[in-house]
Design a protein around this ligand. Structure first.
Ligand SMILES: *Cc1c(COP(=O)(O)O)cnc(C)c1O
Length: 315
């Protein structure tokens, strides 16, 4: 076990438990990475573990960008706080209702001291999007800044995800399973890719399956090609029955979320509902498959997503 001691706070960043969830007549194993640590959990903690473990003596500021509601915003704010850095997080725009009534990841990141910069208010913005702006106007000549690409899509994510793979392999051996499917919904696909790569190298009786929550299947493959050239290491993609748009509300998403909650586990509302719809469809055709779902955290985001769902569908 690895521990990090910071400010009399002991943080364990490995060895989360596996629980069984009984849903639609299936027993699905769930790797509880949501329980990693209250301040730093889910797949962002795995992807950012490298930054927590290494020393960066010349760095005093972390730089990132994305949505003001992103799970990665909160996780980066937690990372910065643990390291004694400032976080500068660039967003395209902040909706006025969020500004006036901070909630969820946005609120928690502010509480961690994050500086959230609205690019639409930056006079020197020109035609730049956040990524260009950071690359051309923020980073040059500033060695004290450490930049993490959106959603942690970078090679530094690999060691932390490999640790997750090792834990899954050890669990599978203890359970004496001969085969295992590991399922998780993807955004950038970084977690799924590095999991599959680790299993290919360490235990090839484990297969990773995923679905694309943010773009289509081609978008996901494009993301993977930016991180790996060997397509034999790509996870298998399961496609949903219809096209869902990221961040939009769907009644079937809320239904499956409620069903899981009644079965005893809370998931987040951006990636997990699609993940479970796709997985339950897969299990309907392959009821004997042994599946481990990776709970990737993000529950804090429900603080803003749940009221939206309740307003729209009641419940
Ligand atoms: C960020 C995130 C994802 C997507 O992870 P990728 O590695 O970008 O695919 C999935 N689920 C949750 C809860 C997340 O916070």
């Amino acid at each position: 076990m690895e521990f990090f001691i910071y400010d009399r706070l002991m943080i364990q960043l490995t060895d989360t438990p596996v629980h069984v969830l009984h849903v639609d007549g299936h027993d699905v194993f769930v790797k509880r990475d949501d329980l990693l640590h209250p301040a730093f959990s889910g797949n962002k903690a795995r992807k950012f573990a490298y930054f927590l473990e290494q020393d960066f003596p010349s760095i005093d500021t972390l730089v990132g960008y994305g949505s003001p509601q992103a799970n990665s915003l909160y996780s980066m704010s937690a990372l910065a706080k643990l390291k004694g850095w400032q976080l500068q997080f660039y967003v395209d725009h902040i909706a006025s209702h969020l500004l006036n009534n901070p909630l969820g990841n946005y609120r928690a990141a502010l509480q961690n001291g994050a500086k959230i910069i609205d690019l639409s208010q930056c006079l020197d913005r020109g035609q730049h999007d956040c990524a260009d702006y950071i690359e051309q106007c923020v980073l040059p000549g500033r060695d004290e800044l450490l930049f993490i690409p959106e959603g942690g899509r970078c090679h530094y994510a690999e060691p932390g995800v490999r640790q997750l793979a090792r834990e899954i392999i050890a669990w599978k051996q203890a359970e004496q399973l001969s085969q295992l499917t590991v399922f998780l919904p993807s955004g950038t696909g970084t977690t799924a890719l590095f999991l599959q790569k680790s299993f290919t190298e360490l235990d090839d009786s484990i297969q990773v399956m995923t679905c694309s929550a943010v773009g289509g299947d081609d978008y996901l493959k494009l993301q993977w090609r930016m991180l790996a050239s060997d397509e034999s290491m790509f996870p298998q993609i399961l496609s949903p029955n219809k096209r869902y748009h990221f961040g939009k509300l769907y009644p079937e998403f809320f239904q499956v979320w409620q069903k899981l909650k009644q079965a005893g586990m809370e998931f987040e509302l951006l990636y997990d509902p699609l993940g479970w719809l796709v997985l339950l469809h897969f299990l309907a055709n392959k009821p004997m498959a042994k599946v481990l779902y990776v709970h990737q955290g993000g529950i804090l985001g429900n603080e803003s997503m749940l009221p939206r769902y309740r307003r729209k569908y009641g419940g």
